[in-house]
Ligand binder design. Structure first.
Ligand code: SAH
Ligand code: SF4
Ligand code: F3S
Length: 477
């Protein structure tokens, strides 16, 4: 019997990847993804705990779902509500207490057990026909890796695909919940990743983004090593191997920690044309005092040097970052150091946040906390600078020819959208049959968040990676 599955995803790309894999786990049980929670048999909220706002969204969504669950019950059906992800991990018991409509809570490392967990919910329901049975909770950090138990990905991800290679974090930045919600750092064996990448490419992916909370700390078992304690590959080595997959045109990775940018990975940026010239390398702050209090393990100058080394091998590298303003004890001077760093490095785009004290993290207890109006002021100043940099970066693309990987239909009829090597969204008029291809595009105009351009003849030469992609696409077409 077909059952309707609705999954809503919050937070980072890792959650997006996990949501797709949850659907893979549920497919053999007859669950088919649907686009709306109304009338669904199973609703999963895959949640994010990174900032207070993110976590609070879950409770308001659960309020709306309660009404839908009731509506479904009145029409003789049943809706199972599950909360997954990082809020589930951090406050599973509180969720069950605050939201009794929730049937199931499970963390990021246990979703391979979903069939068994669902069976447990059903058993407890049949025992207590009134529906008043307490929800099922599974927020273990199991010894086994979920990756050894997940089925092969069932649903093709499309032209741009994500592949989780590393999970968890041992860095314990003092503001961050991730080491608590995702658990200890763990890298998947290289051979498993290569096999998954080959499957993704077979299903139509032209670009793969390797995912990890700390992706450049990757140290997975080398394909030739017999046991987990044997030789390991770093991310640079893994990227070189993946670049050898025919039909794969572009590689990216996210999110990296500045402390883990090693020689091999930096060299890969210079030597591997499939590795796109765009890197999200969060620095958080430009003040050494604050970086120290954040336990980031590097100084602002270490970061500058890393950027310099990267740009030496790949001068066109576009950078992105995350910033936190108003970390406890941040003074005007510290904040000025952040602005200075931003001005010196120059970002193609970036994310910036007000510090949000998270329960259980050391920074939540630090004094003095910065008042909200100061955080807001600093955020506005920083964002104005970052927006101006992004606008200038996009403007500099006008008049250039960029290889664009076409991935979707645009909003206007006849329009397609895709991504440039530096991750800029590009809109252009092009026939639909070019979806999934890398096409040369003359950039005609820049907006704050996107570019628009004109399709050039498919035979014209692109940059190294784009050219190769076009050739591959032509062969396959
Ligand atoms: N692993 C990544 C970051 C994951 S969280 C890294 O090491 O960079 C994504 C971003 O959320 C962080 O880079 C940080 O800028 C922001 N963030 C994390 N905790 C936060 C908090 N307590 N308050 C505000 N922003 C936070
Ligand atoms: Fe969080 Fe720091 Fe780990 Fe990134 S490196 S996930 S910010 S603890
Ligand atoms: Fe959020 Fe968890 Fe990702 S807290 S950012 S969903 S790792």
């Amino acid at each position: 019997m077909v059952k309707k599955l609705f999954v809503k995803t919050y937070g980072c790309q890792m959650n997006v990847y996990d949501s797709a894999r949850m659907a893979d786990v549920l497919a053999p049980l007859g669950y088919v993804p649907v686009a709306s929670p109304r009338g669904a048999d199973m609703v999963i909220l895959n949640t994010c705990h990174i900032r207070e706002k993110a976590a609070e969204k879950v409770y308001s969504e659960l309020g709306r779902l309660r009404a839908l669950k009731e509506e479904r019950r009145r029409s003789g059906g049943r809706m199972m509500i599950a909360v997954a992800g990082c809020v589930a991990q951090a406050e599973g018991e509180e969720i069950l207490r605050r939201a009794p409509q929730v049937d199931l809570v499970f963390g990021p490392q246990t979703y391979h057990r979903l069939p068994e967990l669902i069976a447990r919910v059903e058993r407890s329901r049949s025992q207590e026909a009134s529906g008043g049975a307490p929800g099922v909770l599974d927020t273990d950090f199991p010894v086994e890796s979920k990756f050894d138990h997940l089925p092969e990905a069932a649903a093709p991800q499309g032209v741009r695909a994500y592949l989780s290679v590393q999970e968890g974090c041992d860095k314990f930045c003092t503001f961050c919940v991730v080491p608590y919600t995702r658990g200890a750092e763990h890298s998947r064996p290289a051979a498993d990743i290569v096999a998954e990448a080959e499957r993704l490419v077979g299903a139509g992916a032209r670009e793969i983004t390797l995912l990890g909370q700390n992706v450049n700390a990757y140290h997975g078992r080398a394909p030739s090593a017999r046991d987990a304690a044997g030789a390991a590959w770093g991310l640079g080595r893994l990227i070189r191997r993946l670049a050898g997959i025919g039909g794969l045109d572009r590689l990216r990775y996210t999110t990296s920690h500045p402390h883990d940018m090693d020689e091999e990975l930096i060299a890969a940026h210079g030597e591997e044309p499939k590795l796109m010239p765009y890197l999200h390398l969060p620095v958080q702050s430009g003040s050494d005092r604050i970086l120290e209090a954040m336990n980031r393990r590097h100084t602002a100058d270490d970061y500058r040097r890393t950027v310099e080394r990267l740009r030496r091998v790949r001068p066109d590298l576009a950078l992105s970052s995350d910033f936190i303003v108003g970390f406890p004890g941040e003074t005007e001077r510290d904040f000025a150091a952040t602005l200075r760093l931003v001005t010196e490095v120059g970002y193609a785009q970036a994310y910036s946040f007000k510090f949000s004290p998270r329960p259980g993290t050391p920074a939540a207890m630090l004094e003095p906390q910065v008042p909200d109006h100061i955080k807001a002021e600093r955020l506005a100043t920083l964002q104005a600078l970052l927006d101006a940099q992004q606008a200038a970066f996009n403007q500099a693309s006008v008049g250039r020819t960029l290889p664009v990987l076409l991935e979707a239909k645009g909003r206007k009829p006849g329009q397609l959208t895709g991504r440039s090597p530096a991750m800029q969204a590009v809109h252009l008029e092009a026939p639909e049959r070019l979806l999934g291809r890398i096409v040369e595009t003359r950039i005609l105009a820049a907006r704050p968040n996107s570019l628009s351009g004109r399709l050039l003849g498919p035979a014209a030469a692109c940059g190294p990676a784009g050219g190769q992609g076009l050739a591959n696409a032509e062969v396959r077409a």
